[in-house]
Design a protein around this ligand. Structure first.
Ligand SMILES: N[C@@H](CCC(=O)N[C@@H](CS)C(=O)NCC(=O)O)C(=O)O
Length: 200
């Protein structure tokens, strides 16, 4: 399998954390597919985004949600996606959706900030920052129940928080959110998180 990715993409990181957790990382060839948003459409997917996963059959999977579920399906042991009948199925899937939406808002902010002078929108940035802050507040309320057993929701949350540290280091999300900060500190020590840490 070939994964088209960028070393700083939180979506690609989530895919690789899943790959490590379910034990298939060594079956994945990593191919960097970095491209400036001002340099046309990334050929990794018709949507112009990374990650995408090319299977040995030639089929190309995207986006990160689909790729993660595919990798999870390869695992005979550890399962990161809930199955029908699991009591916490919907809570895990909603947590994944929340973390994905938060990452989308972070990514939008990055793109907005990278726009040529005069083209970025301060009110769009403020709207996305508000969305991110609301997500962080919800996560702080839930963090007490997070625990250290990984699932797709928790992995997505950890990757979103890591992206926040990478791109918005001056915005101290830990302030006033001690439970979330404490949980993240522990979760970040997992091999899967250490091995996928973005370059500083
Ligand atoms: N929904 C997609 C989002 C992927 C995404 O936005 N990737 C970013 C990199 S972090 C990208 O390729 N952006 C390029 C662009 O938006 O032009 C997923 O979950 O894989």
């Amino acid at each position: 399998m070939k994964l088209y990715y960028s070393a700083t993409s939180p979506y690609a990181r989530k895919v690789m954390v899943v790959a490590h957790e379910v034990g298939v990382a060594d079956r994945i060839e990593l191919l960097i597919s970095d491209r400036s948003i001002f340099d046309g459409i990334n050929p990794a997917t018709p949507l112009g985004k990374v990650p995408s996963l090319e299977l040995d059959s030639g089929m190309v999977l995207y986006d990160s949600v689909v790729i993660c579920e595919y990798l999870d399906s390869l695992s005979a042991g550890v399962k990161l996606f809930p199955r029908n009948g699991d009591p916490d199925k919907w809570a895990v899937l909603v947590l994944h959706a929340l973390a994905t939406g938060m990452t989308d808002a972070q990514h939008d902010r990055r793109i907005n900030m990278a726009m040529p002078a005069g083209e970025g929108s301060p009110s769009w940035d403020a709207r996305n920052k508000l969305c991110i802050d609301q997500c962080l507040d919800v996560l702080e309320k839930q963090a007490e129940s997070f625990g250290d057993q990984p699932d797709i929701g928790l992995i997505a949350v950890a990757c979103a928080l890591g992206f926040h540290d990478l791109r918005f280091p001056a915005e101290a999300w830990r302030t006033g959110r001690p439970r979330l900060g404490g949980w993240y500190e522990q979760f970040s020590k997992r091999d899967s998180m250490v091995l996928t840490r973005p370059p500083g």
